[in-house]
Design a protein around this ligand. Sequence first.
Ligand code: 13P
Length: 244
Amino acid sequence: MSSACKLAAGNWKMNGLRADLDQARALAEAYPTPGCGVLLCPPATLIAPMAAAVAGSALMVGGQDCHAQDAGAHTGDISAQMLVDAGARHVILGHSERRADHGESSATVGAKARAAHRAGLVTIICVGETEAERDAGRTLDVVLGQLRESVPEGATAANTVIAYEPVWAIGTGRTPTLDQIAEVHDALRAAVPDGAMSLLYGGSVKPGNAAEIFAIGNVDGALVGGASLKADDFGTIIAALEAA
Ligand code: 13P
């Protein structure tokens, strides 16, 4: 743990209907004054109702993507300003599922980050290697290359968080060793434009492994997928971060 702000962020991905807002309400009630930032990023349809459901609490709401343009003819897309209007304070950008499913390059991620910053959002910019890249000994090359190309000029600890998510650890139940996480986070700390940026680890973070991951120097929190869908599981992860 460094002196950067601690953040427990949940990425609901393409999961969640209005009935699931109960999970957000339960979290907001269980952690009225958390000892770390707590953020949920539901699908776009739930941003406004979730923000309304947890209004007045410390729980923050974010988006999972935004367009690089401020407005215009982009059917099906969502702008950074729309996210803000719906109650979002953060946006995840460059998640490996966006990079893979939608062919997003790091240059695209950088353009989206500029748009998000213009709108006043905090960006959570994701980087991470595939299993083949790790096996080829290219992990640091890949991760630091994505960092360099995705993080725009003007990024500071106040408007940017970095999430290291090894692609092969996402949704698989497999995690890197603690030494492997530490190696990447140490390299990220040395490379980020503002040394005070929060560095999150993501990829199969669960109630059972959160504490040991948060004990790693230069890990300031987590970006959690599956385990963020249930308030009980995410709550255990939040408690581990508070204690770290
Ligand atoms: P899981 O926690 O489900 O592995 O997902 C991680 C992730 O992709 C968060 O953005």
